[in-house]
Write a protein that binds this ligand. Structure first.
Ligand code: ATR
Length: 275
């Protein structure tokens, strides 16, 4: 019997998740159907309930509902609790389990696909909103020498530093972009929404260390503004968020179906901008 899954968001028309999960289902032979559901901004819980009532087994949740998904979950994984955001719902008898696979997806893309080791490296995370928050715990698990959280509004970076300090070993720092002058990083991750408006965080010049990887959690046709900047600034390697998108989807698929699909052919199919 076919099992139903969905991605719920607003807007949702351009989501690549249905395509990704259709590929996973074809590849693994799992009998699932995965659709995109547009939820009215004020009716996320009702949308989840009606999907469940028509046989839904689980759902991905995207902008702007990750916080609400956290609220309606009756059980949370530690990483979802730390992120205070949920991107994967698993409908269980009597409740809803909420997880967050975004950070694991990012880290897996960086380590397994891009073969970049986080351990003992200097990592800069730009942004202190929901996207940044969701990836801090998985990054810390790989023991960077330093995890610097930089944000336009420094206070928000400082709050995240305090919130996550118990998971680090004194290696988390917070900064405004201007504070980073003279510093170099091996891995620079853009978790801001600046690219959505064609803008860039005001990074000082010279922050890319030799051999560094610039990673944009966003993606677009061609290089994102951040990746164009990183290239000009001499970052050795560039990667956009397509790998993360596919890896977080694979983690969700694993939660629902108990099978981890192959991600490389799907990343290839979607055409990631990676050098
Ligand atoms: P998301 O859930 O995608 O992280 P968010 O919570 O609204 O969205 O956070 C957006 C992040 O992008 C914030 O870190 C924001 O910085 P501020 O906290 O200072 O607002 C950052 N951001 C957005 N536009 C930016 C820009 N033009 N330059 C630098 N940072 C920007």
């Amino acid at each position: 019997m076919t099992d139903f899954y969905a991605v719920i968001g607003n807007p949702i028309a351009h989501s690549k998740s249905p395509l990704i999960h259709a590929e996973f289902s074809r590849q693994t032979g799992q009998d699932i159907r995965y659709e995109a559901i547009l939820a009215p901004v004020d009716a996320f819980p009702a949308t989840v309930s009606s999907f469940r009532a028509r046989g839904g087994k689980g759902a991905n949740v995207t902008v702007p509902f990750k916080l609400e998904a956290h609220k309606i979950s009756t059980r949370l994984t530690e990483r979802a609790q730390a992120a205070q955001a949920v991107n994967t719902l698993v409908f269980e008898p009597g409740g809803i389990a909420g997880d967050n696979t975004d950070g694991a997806g990012l880290v897996r893309d960086i380590r397994a696909n891009l073969k970049f080791l986080i351990k003992a490296r200097r990592v800069l995370l730009m942004g202190a909103g929901g996207a940044a928050r969701g990836v801090i715990l998985p990054l810390l698990e790989h023991k960077p020498q330093v995890l610097a959280i930089a944000n336009r509004t420094k206070q928000k970076a400082c709050e995240l530093q305090q919130l996550f300090s118990r998971y680090g070993n004194g290696n988390i720092v917070s900064a405004a972009y201007a504070d980073l002058a003279g510093e170099k990083f091996d891995l620079v991750i853009n978790a801001t929404s600046a690219s959505l408006r064609g803008e860039l965080p005001a990074l000082p010049a010279g922050i890319f260390a030799d051999g560094s990887l610039a990673y944009d959690m966003m993606y677009s046709d061609g290089l994102t503004p951040f990746l164009q900047y990183a290239k000009q600034q001499g970052a050795a390697r560039l990667a956009d968020g397509i790998g993360m998108l596919v890896e977080q989807a694979a983690e969700s698929f694993l939660l629902w179906r108990g099978i981890r699909p192959e991600t490389a052919p799907v990343i290839e199919m979607l055409g990631s901008c990676t050098t």
